[in-house]
Ligand binder design. Structure first.
Ligand code: ADP
Ligand code: MG
Length: 321
């Protein structure tokens, strides 16, 4: 199998809304009238983002899922993707499983794979995702205003529990590990929810590095601060079964890889947010509010049931921190 037969066999698929796809020097696409392109790239590196020997089908899913999540956070509809791969070797079984996982999710979201690059090297998976959003309707990090509610989708911290269990930092039951691993390995990007939030939410971000870190980014760009109620944070059954307070706090507040959406909306939009959740079958939870940044200091405070600030153990993930 050479480079070109590999591309032909595993990465050349029928496209549905592309002028020219895989095979030429560049692909050609045309966004729909009245829309702008939303573009983002995300890379997964072996040993950094996933364990050596990770299941290739799940990796194919996750490589695309993390990118879809970024477009979900913009309120954009994903339409096209390119895939740049560095592979240690051309392993037919690995490639078949990887492309199966990738393409299954791509088809589910009606995303065309339109090009990429394939080279030999340490395992590295990079997707560029392109989508459409009606001009001026994109959800930005910078739109939050004092008085907004802060919301999150789904539950927080389950992926972090899977990481902690796999690296033997915590011990959980086999069944619990299976359900946490599903969150880590096969995240469900909140694309439908993000699209339903256009015109409802004022700002949004996806949670890839932990709630505190990502809500912190949103606050910084909006020049506001946030007060989050610890008791309001949505926890899975597994999380509620965890005994250690420190493990729970780290996972819920600073656990990466959740790919939930955190967004803000005016109080007047509470029922519109609930309807968006119901319509897209996505659990949504109001977790706090946006406040004026005290003396220019943006940031996130987490308070207990008495309104007192919690002592934070860990704030989130930073590759160079
Ligand atoms: P070039 O030499 O012009 O960069 P390549 O030989 O790298 O082109 O790639 C040939 C074609 O295959 C191009 O259309 C490219 O976009 C596509 N391609 C390469 N690798 C992948 C991949 N992993 N997934 C999808 N398309 C790919
Ligand atoms: Mg090339």
């Amino acid at each position: 199998m050479n480079e070109f037969s590999l591309i032909a066999k595993y990465f050349t698929h029928r496209t549905r809304h592309t002028l020219l796809g895989v095979g030429d020097d560049a692909a050609l696409i045309r966004p729909r009238r009245g829309h702008v392109l939303a573009i983002s790239a995300d890379m997964l590196v072996e040993g950094r983002h996933f364990f050596k020997g990770a299941d290739p089908e799940a990796l194919g899913h996750k490589t695309l899922a993390v990118n879809l999540s970024d477009l979900a956070a913009m309120g954009a509809k994903p339409r096209w993707a390119t895939l740049a791969l560095a592979l240690p070797k051309a392993d037919a079984r690995w490639l078949a499983a990887f492309s199966r996982g990738f393409m299954r999710l791509a088809r589910a979201h009606d995303v065309d794979l339109i090009g990429g690059d394939t080279t030999r090297g340490p395992l590295n998976l990079c997707v560029q995702i392109m989508g459409e959003v009606p001009a001026s309707k994109a959800l930005r990090r910078s739109g939050a205003r004092a008085g907004d509610d802060v919301w999150v989708s789904g539950t927080l911290g389950d992926a972090a529990l899977a990481v902690a269990a796999r690296s033997k930092k915590i011990i959980i039951k086999k069944q619990q590990l299976i359900s946490a691993s599903l969150r880590l390995d096969k995240p469900s990007p909140r694309v439908a929810m993000g699209n339903a939030l256009r015109g409802v939410a004022r700002s949004a971000i996806d949670i890839s590095d932990g709630l505190l870190a990502d809500l912190g980014h949103l606050c910084e760009q909006s020049r506001v601060a946030a007060v989050v109620e610890w008791d309001a944070l949505p926890r899975s059954t597994l999380m509620r079964a965890m005994a250690s307070d420190a493990v729970v706090q780290n996972a819920v507040l600073a656990g990466g890889d959740d790919y939930e959406l955190c967004f803000t909306a005016p109080v007047a939009k509470r029922s519109a947010v609930q309807r968006a959740g119901t319509r897209t079958r996505t659990k949504v939870t109001r977790i706090g509010r946006i406040v004026h940044a005290p003396a220019g200091a943006t940031g996130v405070v987490v308070v207990d049931s008495d309104g007192l600030p919690l002592r934070i153990l860990k704030r989130g993930f930073d590759h160079f921190g």
